[in-house]
Design a protein around this ligand. Structure first.
Ligand code: C5P
Length: 293
């Protein structure tokens, strides 16, 4: 038996714009994705003797059967490569779902990457995983920060300064497809893409005038979701009274606030902790930490 344990990091969206509706009902986006130190833990074990897929989950609730994305990832890997050995997955969920934090996509990328390493078989993780989660290509590329476009498959690395972050869960349950259909129902409108043609030129290594990022952290889902979900409206109000650099991650329900200094983040996390069901302090990170075992 061979095994590997990987961290599957969460991401936050530093601004998110919906720029088009694609054939098939998907939407094209423009967003800056940033990986953070909040992460799930994924352990994958394989044995080349013919066998099945198995899954055990701990932490935040996650299905232990074939409906779990990591299970689907293992089955897709088998289909793509012909692998017939046993695949055992242990998933510890620290990333809330739905969160807008890319947890399912990150777990998927981690499982596919582990399977490629453990079996020595070849598979294009980004392409394979994109059918399971739109954020898989970002996680598969392993960048800390990237400008992401299209449905999520166009990933361009960029550089941002280190930051501390405080995450708060607004307490609403907002599945991603629901957020998109609310946007579709007429409340949403297409936004002009950021008029910065070569985004990779955005190599901001330092905070400038109290901001880590020159483009506003607006998220096109926020007005749509605020109207429907009181918890989102409440989080918007509390965060705008408390901090400057804050935003909604993905299609919610988690918000983030960004800080230059650790002490600022700690003070705000403490102040917000009684006001939301889940408050988590973390920072920006490099993807790729792994260990064998
Ligand atoms: O792939 P992911 O899990 O992120 O998508 C969940 C659902 O969200 C999709 O089935 C689709 O309805 C919607 N979606 C979309 N456009 C995207 C990403 C997701 O319409 N770019």
């Amino acid at each position: 038996m061979r095994a590997i344990t990987l961290e599957a990091p969460a991401k936050i969206n530093l601004g998110l714009r919906i720029t088009g509706v694609l054939p098939g009902g998907y939407h094209s986006l423009e967003s800056v994705f940033s990986a953070i130190t909040l992460a799930d833990e994924v352990r994958v074990a394989v044995s080349d003797n013919p066998g099945d897929t198995s899954l055990r989950c701990t932490g935040f609730p996650s299905p232990e059967g074939p409906s779990n994305l990591v299970w689907k990832a293992a089955e897709l890997f088998r289909k793509e490569t012909g692998y017939t050995g046993s695949i055992g997955i242990r998933l510890h969920k620290n990333i809330p779902s739905p969160g807008g934090l890319g947890g399912g996509s990150s777990d998927t990328a981690a499982v596919l990457s582990a399977l490629v390493t453990l079996t020595g078989l070849e598979a294009d993780i980004a392409e394979l995983g994109a059918s399971l989660g739109s954020d898989v290509p970002f996680f598969a590329r392993g960048f800390s920060h990237a400008v992401v476009r299209g449905r999520g498959e166009l990933v361009e690395v960029c550089r941002l300064p280190e930051f501390h972050a405080v995450l708060v869960n607004s307490g609403e349950n907002i599945p991603t497809p629901v957020a998109y259909s609310l946007w579709d129902e007429g409340s949403g409108h297409l936004t002009e893409p950021w008029q910065i043609s070569n985004y990779t030129a955005l190599n901001f290594g330092v905070w400038h005038e109290g901001k880590p990022f020159p483009v506003r952290l607006d998220n096109d889902f926020l007005p749509v979701l605020s109207r429907r979900y009181p918890g989102v409206e409440r989080a918007t109000r509390i965060l705008s009274e408390t901090c400057v650099n804050w935003g909604l991650s993905g299609s919610g329900p988690v918000f983030y606030a960004l800080f230059h200094r650790l002490e600022e983040a700690e003070a705000v996390a403490e102040g917000l902790s009684g006001k939301f069901p889940w408050v988590f302090q973390c920072r920006s990170r490099q993807i790729g930490a792994s260990s064998n075992g």
